[in-house]
Design a binder for this molecule. Structure first.
Ligand code: GLA
Length: 414
């Protein structure tokens, strides 16, 4: 492993052992099993999921591990070393959405919320459970650490309650997993109070190892696109800026509200239906809404073009140049028109490009979190150093580097 890549992914065995040990210490009995789910990076297609657009995520090798045992009552008890919190008081019959009397404390909402959402979807009544969480998905890094919690819970509850929706990680039931995606998304939207689209949960549950997932958010249909950057001498470098990022703080919701308002003015159900950008620009008076729509419509076109490039042959020569341009344009559009970048993300992108990356962009919701750069494998270390130096000279805290190899979906680990 390259020394500059600090955030190593735990193996399945390591993660399962950590979660089991924690479970046994906290609850003085053994778990029935350990389930896990990955974080994700989105290669391109940002802030378009809730507009019906296409996205192209891969699952990270970094996963959240959940050791679980079902209970005979309706109580949920949770423990995690990373949050240094134990939550004992969740009653499935009393919990409810954020802002109501049954509100669940922060990180526990992602886990308990999935049980709540499955029941609302008519899959209950479910059994209560004890669970211990151990995760190596960087928290707050814009890499879907919360979706990893939701989706590890979804596959655990599926099996422990005999719902029969998930299949296995090796042989996933894609139709059943669409239902689990909806429960995980609902947990995040209603119980945790972050009004996100379905990109992260879909990636965590429906990605396959060695593939990127071409997700069409009009109907959440997917296509597996072979994604082996190593085969063409490339690596996808992920840089966690460690700048704080929260999707529940209002900015994300405001972008979403802008898109909904623009769609209403333009007379479309979702912005994916806008096929004449010039006409849309003329129809919108508000310069802010014009910028938002310009990002969404152009990002949808870029993502479709990127998916076509991936299908047209190995990312080499002029195809690589074209892909690089799409990644770069995506970032610039998110920075200038959508206004969801920040100084740290722009420093990563600027330094990566100056070091010769084939495209660099922020990934995920923005306002902090992570950026990605497509780099020649033999330039990985030099690029990471250049980014680290740029952070130092800007007086920023050191970023964290991950290597992104397209990995497998949520499932049982032990
Ligand atoms: C966050 C959300 C996703 C998506 C991205 C931006 O990750 O959870 O639903 O909107 O931001 O593409």
């Amino acid at each position: 492993m390259n020394p500059i890549i600090q955030a190593r992914a735990a193996t399945g065995d390591e993660g399962a052992s950590e979660a089991s040990r924690l479970f046994e210490t906290a609850f003085s009995h053994s778990p029935e099993g350990v389930w896990s789910a990955p974080g994700r990076v989105n290669v391109i297609g940002e802030h378009v999921d809730y507009n019906g657009g296409p996205c192209l995520p891969i699952a990270l090798p970094h996963r959240a591990f959940l050791a679980v045992k079902a209970r005979d009552d309706r109580r949920i008890r949770l423990v995690s070393p990373q949050t240094a919190e134990r939550v004992d008081e969740i009653d499935l019959d009393a919990m409810g959405p954020k802002g109501t009397a049954g509100e669940v404390p922060h990180w526990a909402a992602y886990i308990a919320g999935v049980a709540w959402a499955l029941e609302r979807d008519g899959r209950g009544p479910l059994r209560g459970f004890d669970a211990a969480l151990w995760s190596c998905v960087p928290r707050g890094g814009g890499l879907s650490s919360s979706a990893a919690l939701e989706c590890s819970t979804a596959v655990a509850l599926d099996e422990l309650n005999g719902l029969g929706l998930a299949g296995t990680a090796e042989d996933p039931d894609d139709e059943g997993r669409r239902i689990l995606v909806e429960a995980a998304r609902r947990a995040e939207n209603e119980i945790a109070g972050a009004n996100t689209g379905g990109l992260d949960q879909t990636a965590s549950l429906r990605c396959r190892a060695g593939h990127a997932l071409a997700l069409d958010c009009r109907d959440m249909s997917t296509r597996q696109i072979p994604f082996d950057m190593g085969a063409v001498g490339l690596e996808l470098l992920v840089v966690d800026t460690r700048a704080s990022h929260s999707l529940a703080d209002g900015q994300y919701g405001r972008r979403r509200a802008d898109c909904e308002e623009a769609a209403r003015i333009l007379g479309v159900r979702e912005l994916v239906e806008v096929d004449d950008l010039d006409a849309a620009m003329t129809a919108l008076d508000d310069p802010r809404l014009r910028s938002r729509v310009r990002h969404v419509v152009s990002e949808i076109a870029r993502t479709r073009a990127f998916i076509d490039l991936m299908g047209a042959g190995p990312l080499e020569g002029s195809r690589l140049d074209a892909a690089a341009l799409l990644l770069d344009d995506s970032h610039d559009s998110l920075r200038d028109d959508y206004e969801v970048s920040c100084r740290e993300l722009d420093v990563v992108v600027g330094a990566a490009r100056a070091a010769g990356a084939h495209g660099a962009r922020m990934t995920g919701g923005g306002f902090g979190g992570s950026a990605i750069a497509l780099v020649d494998s033999d330039r990985l270390e030099a690029t990471a150093r250049a980014i680290r130096d740029a952070f130092a000279s800007e007086g920023l805290d050191e970023p964290r580097f991950l290597s992104a190899v397209a990995s497998g979906p949520a499932g049982r680990t032990r």
